[in-house]
Design a protein around this ligand. Structure first.
Ligand SMILES: Nc1ccn([C@H]2C[C@H](O)[C@@H](COP(=O)(O)O)O2)c(=O)n1
Length: 182
């Protein structure tokens, strides 16, 4: 990826670092709402003022819950019998669910590296920063295409895409939450 798109973790200010931990934790919490039996993804969009303006998780289209299969494309040779044809990705839902006029200049925190379709949405919506946790599908063509889209768009649109590297801080933050505290 072009050098101006890779922001090394140690280049973050302390405020940015704490925000990363907090907002990736929010994305992880929303991933827990996903009904996908194999991969739960969450996304959290934050504006330049540090306010959350969109959240989402991967799910079937509204009103279609239980109507389409959660089978993976390796489980059925007919694509129409697999989830890929129907599921709404977390990033799509976070953008659609936006509470602001637009998401231009925002940062999207997503628990899994975007696919090519989500990369298109991210670029076209004006999101400037992509912070992702896992890249477990990096060998897929959709992920490779997403990487190319974000890389090619990065220079003219100043998009920065970086991996979140503070997993232990997320665990510490979530462990520090005591629902029984008065
Ligand atoms: N950036 C992404 C990538 C994938 N998803 C969703 C789409 C599916 O529900 C699931 C991937 O399923 P798998 O192939 O791992 O069984 O994750 C998303 O929301 N955002």
């Amino acid at each position: 990826m072009a050098s101006n798109t890779k922001l090394p973790q140690d280049n973050l200010t302390r405020r940015q670092y704490k925000d990363d931990v907090y907002f990736m934790s929010v994305a992880l919490m929303f991933a827990k709402k996903s009904p996908d039996p194999s991969t739960q993804v969450g996304a959290c969009i934050v504006n330049e003022g540090g306010e959350i303006v969109g959240v989402g998780f991967n799910k079937m289209p509204d009103g279609c819950e239980g109507k389409f299969p959660w089978k993976h494309d390796t489980e059925d040779e007919d694509p129409l019998n697999t989830k890929g044809m129907y599921v709404c990705h977390a990033e799509l839902n976070a953008i659609v669910n936006k509470t602001s006029v637009d998401v231009k200049g925002c940062t999207i925190y997503v628990t899994l590296f975007p696919c090519n379709e989500c990369a298109k949405l991210i670029v076209q919506s004006g999101i400037k920063n992509v912070v992702y946790l896992s890249n477990k599908h990096k060998e897929r063509n959709g992920t490779k295409a997403a990487f190319r889209i974000l890389d090619e768009a990065s220079t003219p649109k100043n998009i920065i895409c970086r991996q979140f590297e503070s997993k232990q801080d997320v665990r510490d933050l979530l462990d520090s939450i005591d629902p029984f505290a008065e």
